[in-house]
Design a protein around this ligand. Structure first.
Ligand SMILES: Cc1ncc(COP(=O)(O)O)c(C=O)c1O
Length: 485
């Protein structure tokens, strides 16, 4: 270990000639592996990999995993990310060889069980959405947004309409305007009112026959349910525009209200937030989309279908489809976890998930709002946004300082400075999987921090292996690759 508490890189621990394990040479008579590989694919020299023994590698990664913060270690109230506990049972199911080791190009007749699961998942997601058809192909929430907007573009092309605008509220996640731009639309921002909901007057002023889609997140990123949604749906329909519901916050409304019933024509799911998929780390994700019946023919191909004889197949014969957005049929491991989660919860269980997520968030809000004011709404859905604005004016302690100090108390920080419509935002999302004891511990920590001397909070974190990195420099000059000196 370095004095900083950080282990050296594997490259730095490398010593010439050290090896992980010795593999016995081939028995005489066996074909040496090199002779099976065409010469042009054989490297002249070994790549510059660290030379290191197996035990050191194991220790290295175990140590790193212990330094890291994880939901399996402690409370992770990172707003907008739904860091719920992912049941280990789902991991076991997803790693069964029949799911984890099939080849994507395998004949459909040999993967009937997997196709059945994907078919059932399509149906479950359609039912939860209150919409008609589902594509499991997109590889992330943002990719789902893009795919759905391409479906919307195909729809308007089929009507002979050249609508150019996508309307997005100023509280939206940044992926919404980005997806609209990549799909070839112009983005028009719609203001939020002082209550954090869509400003209907501003929407009315910007909505016209050139509007293709209005993208709304409901509940929105301030943790508020926009109860004007019925009115908004009517306004859109009158102009022939489609409603896209960003379903990243479905964890708040499962089994309570359905996007289709709110008037949505298209939506995406974030299975890593709602249905216990693994989060981030750059790994494969999924962002299934659901659409209303008249848009179904444009969905990416293939779709999993059940034939009349009860067997399952991949339907590629979809002439109006926008085409594939992903190789084969999506990131199956994530989808299997989503299926396992939905099936193990059942309809009542899913509703209970959302009820508890909302209850937990409201409990923290009620216990903290006298110290950390919540500018928009006295009640919230699955998350809320407190503001450290008054505190920063009085004591100089900012949202980032509070976030860093929480690490010393053993909690992951909330999301800070998002959404942009709330100054000094601290966005807190506890999820349904936390106990009252955990919530109380977090509330005590937040209240204790508010009473601490500003200099102490400014200097946090004091107990982590890395103190405060220069975040601006890290963002502007990322060093992503090790290089020998
Ligand atoms: C409201 C909202 N929309 C879209 C996304 C994008 O999802 P993904 O990160 O899977 O691309 C997120 C991500 O957290 C989100 O919170």
């Amino acid at each position: 270990m370095e004095p900083s508490g950080l282990p050296p890189l594997l490259f730095e621990s490398s010593r010439p000639g050290r090896a992980s394990s010795v593999i016995a040479p081939c028995e005489s008579g066996e074909t040496p592996i090199e002779s099976l590989i065409p010469a042009e694919f054989l490297a002249d020299a070994l790549p510059p990999l660290p030379e290191i023994d197996e035990l050191s590698v194991v220790r290295h990664y175990v140590r790193l995993s212990q330094l890291n913060f994880a939901i399996d270690k402690n409370f992770y109230p990172l707003g907008s990310c739904t860091m719920k506990y992912n049941p280990k049972r789902n991991e076991r199911i997803a790693s069964l060889p029949g799911f984890a080791q099939v080849h994507p190009q395998q004949d459909a007749e040999t993967i009937q069980g997997l196709l059945q699961i994907l078919f059932e998942l399509q149906n479950d997601l359609a039912e939860i959405a209150g919409l008609h058809a589902v594509s499991l192909q997109p590889a992330a929430g943002a990719h789902g947004e893009l795919t759905a907007l391409l479906v919307a573009a195909a729809h308007f092309r089929s009507l002979g309409q050249n609508r150019q605008n996508v309307l997005v509220p100023d509280s939206a996640h940044g992926t919404n305007p980005s997806s609209a731009h990549i799909a070839g639309f112009e983005t028009v921002t719609v203001k939020s009112g002082p209550d954090g909901l869509v400003d209907l007057e501003d929407l009315k002023a910007k909505l016209d026959e050139n509007t293709a889609v209005f993208m709304i997140t409901n509940p929105n990123t301030a943790g508020l349910f926009d109860r004007q949604i019925g009115e908004i749906s009517k306004m859109l329909r009158a102009k022939g525009a489609l409603m896209y519901l960003d379903g990243a916050n479905m964890n708040a409304i499962l089994g309570v209200v359905r996007p289709g019933d709110m008037g949505a024509d298209l939506m995406h799911y974030n299975p890593h937030k709602t249905f216990s998929g693994p989060h981030g780390g750059g790994g494969p994700g999924a962002g299934p989309i659901a659409v209303r019946d008249h848009l179904a023919k444009f969905l990416p191909a293939p779709i999993v279908i059940r034939r009349a004889d009860g067997t399952y197949a991949l339907d590629d014969d979809r002439p109006d489809s926008i085409g594939r957005v992903r190789a084969t049929f999506g990131n199956v491991g994530v989808l299997v976890r989503a299926w396992a989660y939905i099936r193990s919860q059942g309809p009542d269980g899913l509703r209970h998930v959302s009820e508890m997520a909302v209850l937990n968030a409201n409990y923290i809000l009620a216990k903290l709002k006298d110290v950390y004011p919540v500018p928009m709404g006295d009640r919230c859905m699955h998350e809320f946004v407190a503001s450290a604005r008054a505190m920063s004016r009085e004591t100089g302690v900012r949202a980032m300082d509070i976030a860093k100090r929480l690490l010393d108390y053993g909690y992951h920080a909330p999301t800070v400075y998002f959404p942009l419509i709330i100054a000094e935002a601290l966005m807190i999302e506890p999820t349904e999987t936390e106990s009252k004891q955990t919530l109380d511990g977090f509330i005590d920590a937040m209240r204790a921090i508010a009473a601490e001397p500003a200099e102490l909070v400014h200097s946090a974190p004091l107990t982590t292996p890395v103190d405060r990195p220069d975040e601006v420099r890290a963002a502007k000059h990322p060093v992503l690759r090790w290089q020998s000196t």
